[in-house]
Design a protein around this ligand. Structure first.
Ligand code: GLY
Length: 346
């Protein structure tokens, strides 16, 4: 099968995203000319390794949000120093979104910016996290509050890594893929999974090219995320990110319908993609989402860091998806109540 190549065109920060079986073996093609060493940052729990012909130091980082912090960045940078990593060398991140976020941030600050290559090993990383240059770590006051835009040299989405991906991780990736069905408006269901992953990467690439630093269109990538973030915070992560996004997508459709932006057929399409195609937003997950209570969820949505002007949602409509600030809170509440009350029986 042929590899897919998508170019992210950002002037002198342009790079390719390769999607295919075995593409990680091509890593040496993307190492910067003149690099003499590589640091490979990976989660040791991941049964997927990447080797380069450069002398390499492998640095394991523990999974889990608790380790996504500035102490990990300091520990990594001290290892870089002991290994003698220079600004002309390369950092290679092999793992899910947490690994690429942390390694990307460490690379962005090491000697004020050192090349990084991302090898995402999760579906979510392949279609979203590893592309676009967002890097960050958490502080106790909030997630992803310290970071930088630092575009990678290349993203190698090796589909071999998906063979050993746990089911739940796969579901999370499908939750993010589901949002792309509505962002670009083409029929992603018509193509096989590898082409679908490539198409999602392409959709993301085009959005990042148009709005690298999220002053506009890039926010569309947050479709389904307003409720999802509230569910994750309120439910203490009972629902994993992609699972919460899936519920958030269905709710966003419900809200768009109550605002007269879309019709029943469009809501039904959301259900077909999210539930029928991807098996997400199950009755059990909707019950778990609902058990948080409408008031608690509203409270978390008010705290959303993107909510600069009342409650902000990405909503479907006649012109496709749009960022809609200042959505009336009473409407949000009634739509949430009816969404939970109706459950699957829309
Ligand atoms: N994951 C959303 C973005 O990269 O903008």
């Amino acid at each position: 099968m042929n590899d897919h190549r998508i170019d992210v065109s950002l002037g002198d920060r342009s790079y390719p995203v390769l999607v295919g079986h075995g593409v990680a073996k091509r890593i040496d093609e993307f190492v910067p000319t003149g690099a003499k060493r590589a640091v490979v940052i990976t989660d040791p729990a991941i049964p997927f390794t990447v080797t380069t012909s450069l002398p390499s130091l492998v640095l394991p980082i523990a999974g889990g949000e608790d380790h996504k912090n500035l102490s990990t960045i300091e520990a990594l940078c001290r290892e870089f120093a002991r290994f003698g990593l220079t600004r002309s060398d390369v950092v290679i991140a092999v793992g899910g979104g947490l690994v690429t976020d942390v390694a990307g941030f460490a690379a962005s600050v090491w000697h004020r910016g050192t090349a990084v290559i991302h090898v995402p090993t999760t579906l979510l990383g392949m279609v979203d996290a590893a592309i676009g240059g967002k890097t960050a770590v958490n502080v106790p006051e909030g997630k992803n509050l310290v970071g930088a835009f630092w575009q990678p040299r290349a993203v190698l989405a090796d589909l071999v890594a998906l063979d050993t991906l746990p089911q739940r991780e796969l579901r999370c990736g499908l939750g993010e893929i589901a949002k792309y069905h509505f962002i670009a408006g083409d029929d992603l269901l018509a193509v096989p999974l590898d082409a679908r992953i490539a198409r999602c990467a392409e959709i993301k690439a085009r959005i990042v090219e148009g709005d690298e630093r999220e002053s506009g269109q890039r926010a569309l990538l947050n479709y389904g995320h307003t409720l999802a973030h509230a569910l994750e915070s309120a439910g203490h992560h009972d629902l994993a990110h992609g699972e919460a996004v899936a519920v958030g997508l269905l709710y966003a459709a419900e809200l768009a319908r109550s605002l007269g932006r879309i019709d029943d057929a469009r809501v039904a399409l959301h259900h077909r993609v999210v539930r029928d195609e991807y098996g997400l937003a199950t009755d059990e997950q909707l019950a778990s989402a609902s058990s948080n209570g409408v008031e608690t969820l509203l409270d978390y949505m008010r705290r959303d860091k993107k909510a600069t002007d009342g409650l902000t949602f990405v909503l479907d409509g006649q012109r496709g998806l749009e960022v809609v600030p200042g959505v009336d809170e009473a409407t949000v509440k009634v739509a949430l109540e009816s969404f939970f009350a109706r459950g699957v029986g829309r």
